[in-house]
Design a protein around this ligand. Structure first.
Ligand SMILES: Nc1nc2c(ncn2[C@@H]2O[C@H](COP(=O)(O)OP(=O)(O)OP(=O)(O)O)[C@@H](O)[C@H]2O)c(=O)[nH]1
Ligand SMILES: [Mg+2]
Length: 373
């Protein structure tokens, strides 16, 4: 989070009671009156001590004037001019409020405010986060969700499976305790998925799904672009690294290794087709796949070491691959003696060589360097 734009720390402010609803808005002037109307009805029917913070990224669409004209002391609009973006707007809103419970929801009427009391009841029962879910039993989405949108959402949810047990971790509708938010560290969200960021960085364990019906937006346009979806992958990668540390580097290393195997086979086939001799084709394929692995490992698996000398890393990587091949060779030969399953011996040899490569890459070649302040 950019320190310049974060409001003063609320940790110093006295702990409040009641609920703040934090709503990120961008060009939502048409939806705001309807949303406020429904929140007003909720306030009256439930008797909740509830206020609303609209975190607007300087839409200049009349939202500011509209909120002023409503003259409702419990509805405020904060105009943000720096560090724009949905996740930052939500985080700023969460930090601004001093209320005990914080609810986040979209402005476009896709989230039913009437479900808020159910979410608050879950927090009362000891949950840290209650999430409005489209995919929990009893949850639903508007009928005209096309197959593509549904598939997109399901794939995104599947990719987040190792991070949380929630059925709808993409949801933008959730309730969380202020103390839980304040216990979070290292917030660094990219893109849209602020809930995932909070769950990982606040180390939330007690999370619960609250089924909701997710409506289509009625006014204005969606701001969820393809670019935002790419950012989601980047965000997921960061969260995996944060949560799983060295394990996440190992997984990336193995995925890169598998892709290198495919590159090797394609290159070998290609060069044989082009009429190269067998020995030449094998050697060229090895060089190409090694370069491929090096580039991808430097860019992804060990990206924290990207600013270090590329030449040193490259020669280190080539050396590690060569020693790894020797480890593979001797392990296979050793096992060859004790088993009649030669392929099994070769497989263990490959694993031993890969393991050696990983350890050398992670802790020697692409080691993290701590720079003295
Ligand atoms: N402050 C702020 N709010 C944003 C930004 N982008 C989107 N929002 C708000 O975040 C909420 C969710 O954005 P939507 O465009 O509805 O995204 P979505 O719900 O995934 O897409 P739809 O299905 O079309 O509704 C809405 O209330 C938006 O106004 C932004 O950059 N800054
Ligand atoms: Mg929406």
């Amino acid at each position: 989070m950019n320190a310049d734009t974060v409001p003063p720390p609320v940790a110093a402010a006295p702990a409040g009671t009641g609920v703040t609803i934090v709503i990120p808005t961008y060009h939502e002037v048409l939806s705001i009156p309807h949303l406020v109307e429904r929140l007003k009805a909720l306030r009256e029917s439930s008797g909740l001590d509830l206020d609303v913070l609209l975190m607007d990224d300087d839409s200049r669409d009349g939202s500011e004037e509209l909120v002023e004209s409503l003259v409702l002391p419990w509805v405020k609009l904060v105009t943000r001019r720096a560090n724009r973006g949905l996740s930052h707007a939500v985080l700023d809103g969460l930090m601004l409020s001093t209320r005990e419970i914080l609810v986040v929801m979209d402005a476009d009427l896709s989230h039913p405010p009437e479900k808020i009391p159910e979410m608050l009841a879950a927090l009362d029962e000891g949950m840290e986060v209650a999430v409005g879910s489209r995919f929990a039993d009893g949850g639903s989405t508007a009928d005209d969700w096309g197959l593509l949108r549904w598939l997109n959402s399901r794939v995104a949810t599947l990719l987040a499976l190792p991070l949380t047990t929630l059925s709808d971790p993409m949801s933008g509708f959730f309730a969380i305790r202020r103390t839980t938010v304040l216990a979070g560290r290292d917030f660094n969200p990219v893109g849209y998925k602020i809930l995932l960021e909070l769950i990982i960085k606040c180390r939330c364990r007690r999370v619960i799904d609250i089924p909701i019906h997710f409506d289509n937006r009625r006014f204005g346009e969606s701001k969820l672009s393809f670019k935002e979806q790419l950012k989601y992958i980047q965000h997921l990668r960061r969260l995996y690294i944060y949560k799983y540390g060295t394990w996440s580097h190992l997984i990336q290393f193995l995925v890169v290794g598998l892709s290198g195997l495919a590159v090797n086979l394609v290159a070998l086939t290609g060069f044989l087709h082009l009429g190269f001799g067998e020995k030449q084709a094998v050697a060229i394929a090895i060089v190409i796949s090694m370069l491929w692995n090096f580039a991808l490992n430097r860019r992804f698996s060990f990206s924290y070491a990207r600013h270090q000398s590329i030449a040193r890393q490259f020669f280190g990587f080539v050396a590690a691959c060569s020693v790894g091949a020797v480890v593979n060779y001797f392990t296979t030969l050793q096992l060859w003696e004790v088993t009649r399953y030669k392929q099994l011996a070769a497989l263990v040899g490959v694993l031993a060589g890969t393991f050696f490569n990983f350890i050398a890459s992670r802790f020697v070649i692409f080691r993290s360097q701590h720079v003295k302040p």
